[in-house]
Design a binder for this molecule. Structure first.
Ligand SMILES: Nc1ncnc2c1ncn2[C@@H]1O[C@H](COP(=O)(O)OP(=O)(O)OP(=O)(O)O)[C@@H](O)[C@H]1O
Length: 695
């Protein structure tokens, strides 16, 4: 395979764009659209970081420096690889540069984008995480196509969007699997390597100026890793700034790196041209032995775990016959790391890096508006609704399985309460039937929780990269689920109503089905709200079941409404419980107007109104339609809660966590001296910054 000529560092002059590789016509068009300025000039991104230190607070209040005094830069047209052993701080450096640090992490030092001390807005800088959170039921082409439609401007023609999608598929080498589904628990889909490439494709779609990738080659075979890295380098050559952490590159992959940032224990071991690293290690006294892959050698020099490997191999045949000209055999890795870090600090590479950072920092380049989606809210909502509907219809576990179970359970109810009639015993039977339907049958909706969690993961990835807003997501999620919920409740409600022979009459039938629909939708909304803050299947189901169990208890069936203890349980709990309103409405719907036999034929018949008021303690003065409208309004309330939960999770929770972490750290630093004074640390940025930047 042909490899492009290697990167040559640009010499910076007064004209910032003079030596920048030009953007492809497509990228340039997209960026011109975004900049909303007449004369754009240089649309590239130059990132510098100087004396960057990241400190994390641990749960016991102790602090740990994850990164220490890092200085470096990333330029357009250049592919920078971050390398280092596991735990060396590669992901943390990427997070710090892309404003995604965890809330218990604090940074000091300077990060400048185009010479300005600005937080990176999401969308301008794309970030490909280690996890591939994709929708399993969509094909590769559909995944990229929907993503394109979610973000590209409304006025861009469909054919142009198609062309962009197809070119991205080709760029990522996904042609062969373009029409294969991604795959989920019941659909066999594309391979892990192909998933990685799809995740990258989604982020390069909008041709971002600055691209961060956390381990884009992890889990790939060496050929796929080479292919992905080559694509990343080609992206860099198109005028972009690409920074990726790479775990264990093969020699072919290593040759594709322009700049290498080698870390160990959060310290810089080497930063400079990748091609010069070999010489650096030689000068530092750690020449790469013949027949060893240089990148393996560099990592071996800085990975303290190799001490344990050596100890394990000590005395074995392997070690005895190994060549002894390797200096690493004579000293411990900790010593080697210390030597290398000190050597780098005083080296020409470190001096040149600092000088370059100072030069770049002086140039105040173009600042473009926050990136992210350029599609209108209506288009985003439409596309999200369509995508979500397709996913729900293809995923057997989302609604179809529930539909089958609902039908089976309602047939069981129908056969047990078959033609319940108006005998004396049927009074209690009708009450318990309604209670079971609106209690247990609606309760089964928590079965959809795993699918909600998957939806939330995809949402979080897309949201962090600025693909669309929270409102569009909440509205589309509500709309796409509606047809399925109507189908489920219509079929199961109809089976139950006609088999049990509930109160005859079309309006009674409609009320029963509507009430069931409203109740099931409330449970769905409640579970979505839980999924937005509890991303764990088991925890979410336990919490959802617990909340519903309490609501059922105060519904007025297990304890009659007037007998429910007034503090807490009746006011407000029973009024918050949708089961309470559903039973109040359905009892009226079913019993009002019916006449029931008494215990013995001699005694007078019992009117339904009497049973409602004196047996079930129902407020007969309130219309059943009011009860129904309360449940319908609960759907809206729960959806608003869902929206608020997402906002809280995005904004308030990180702030609280950050505040607590800062307090813990300050309390601890009262007793001990920390390396960095807490007041010079910056709170790790959150989506709050993003939102305020967008305004
Ligand atoms: N928010 C945090 N809270 C506590 N410790 C953290 C936090 N972030 C990072 N660390 C610690 O900092 C060290 C570096 O983590 P980081 O994930 O950056 O390493 P890495 O080089 O990317 O590792 P890997 O290659 O295994 O992903 C680890 O020891 C990790 O436990």
């Amino acid at each position: 395979m042909e490899i492009e000529p290697s990167y040559k560092p640009t010499s910076l002059g007064n004209e910032p764009s003079s030596n920048i590789p030009s953007l492809s016509p497509l990228s340039e068009t997209l960026w011109r659209e975004k900049a909303k300025t007449e004369i754009i000039g240089d649309v590239s991104a130059r990132l510098t970081w100087k004396d960057l230190t990241v400190m994390v607070t641990l749960s016991n209040g102790e602090t740990q420096n994850v990164l220490e005094n890092l200085t470096g830069y990333a330029e357009p047209g250049c592919f920078t690889a971050l390398m280092g052993p596991s735990g060396s701080g590669k992901s943390t450096l990427l997070d710090a540069l892309s404003s995604r640090l965890a809330s218990n992490a604090f940074l000091s030092g300077t990060i400048l984008l185009n010479g300005r001390k600005e937080k990176l807005s999401f969308g301008t800088a794309a970030y490909v995480t280690q996890d591939d959170n994709l929708i399993g039921t969509l094909t590769v082409r559909e995944t990229i196509w929907y993503s394109a439609r979610l973000r590209l401007p409304d006025k861009m023609s469909r054919s142009d969007k198609r062309a962009l999608v197809e070119s991205t598929i080709v760029a990522m080498g996904l042609q062969d699997c373009a029409d294969t589904v991604i795959g989920n628990w019941h659909l066999r889909g594309i391979s892990g390597g192909e998933k990685r490439r799809v995740s990258i494709a989604l982020e390069i779609l909008m041709r971002p100026r600055l691209l961060f990738l956390d381990e884009p080659t992890s889990g790939l075979d060496s050929a796929s890793a080479f292919f992905v890295t080559q694509t990343l380098r080609a992206l860099a050559r198109d005028g972009r700034t690409v920074i990726a952490s790479i775990h264990q590159p093969s020699s072919e992959v290593f040759e594709l790196f322009d700049q290498l940032y080698l870390l160990s224990g959060g310290k810089t071991v080497y930063f400079g041209q990748a091609s010069e690293a070999y010489e650096f290690f030689e000068q530092a006294g750690f020449p790469c032995p013949a027949l060893r892959n240089p990148s393996d050698h560099f990592l071996r020099c800085v990975n303290s775990d190799f001490d344990k490997v050596k100890a394990t191999l000590k005395g074995s045949m392997k070690l005895r016959f190994e060549s002894s000209d390797d200096p690493l055999d004579k000293i411990s890795t900790a010593e080697a790391i210390r030597t290398l870090v000190d050597f780098y600090r005083t080296s020409q590479h470190s001096y040149a890096a600092r000088q370059k950072v100072d030069e770049i920092s002086k140039i105040r380049g173009t600042v473009l508006e926050a990136g992210g989606s350029e599609a209108s809210f209506l288009l985003q909502t439409y596309i999200l609704t369509k995508r979500s509907f397709i996913n729900m219809s293809r995923d057997f576990g989302y609604y179809w399985l529930r539909l089958v179970i609902y039908i089976v359970v309602t047939i069981c109810i129908g056969t047990i309460y078959l033609n319940v009639g108006t005998g004396y015993n049927s009074i209690l039977a009708r009450g318990s039937c309604a209670s079971f339907v609106f209690g247990f049958v609606t309760f089964m909706s928590i079965g959809g929780f795993p699918s909600f969690v998957e939806d939330m993961k995809v949402f979080q990835r897309e949201r962090l990269n600025g693909h669309y807003g929270v409102t569009a997501f909440v509205v589309s999620n509500t709309l796409s689920a509606t047809p399925f919920l109507i189908l489920i409740t219509f079929l199961s409600g109809t089976i139950c109503y006609f088999m049990v022979q509930l109160h005859p009459g079309f309006s009674h039938y409609v009320f029963f089905v509507l009430c069931l629909y409203a109740s099931v939708t409330v449970v769905e909304s409640l579970m979505m709200a839980i999924a937005s803050i509890v991303p764990n299947f088991l925890m979410g189901i336990i919490i959802g079941a617990g909340i519903q169990g309490i609501f059922m208890l105060v519904s007025g069936y297990f304890r009659l409404p007037h007998d429910i203890p007034k503090p807490v349980w009746r006011y407000p709990m029973s009024y918050i419980s949708f089961h309470f309103w559903a039973l109040q409405g359905q009892y009226q719907n079913d019993l009002n107007g019916l006449i029931f036999d008494n215990q013995t034929p001699e005694l007078p018949k019992i009117p339904g109104e009497y049973i409602l008021e004196y047996v079930f303690q129902i407020d007969v003065k309130r219309s059943k339609w009011i009860d129904l409208s309360v449940i319908l309004s609960m759907i809206i309330i729960y959806r608003i809660i869902f929206f608020i939960m997402i906002k809280i999770n995005e904004d308030v929770t990180p702030w609280i966590r950050g505040y607590l972490a800062r307090r813990r750290m300050q309390q601890k630093s009262g007793a001990q001296n920390t390396t960095i004074a807490p007041d010079v640390l910056t709170q790790s940025p959150s989506l709050r910054t993003y939102i305020s930047n967008k305004k």
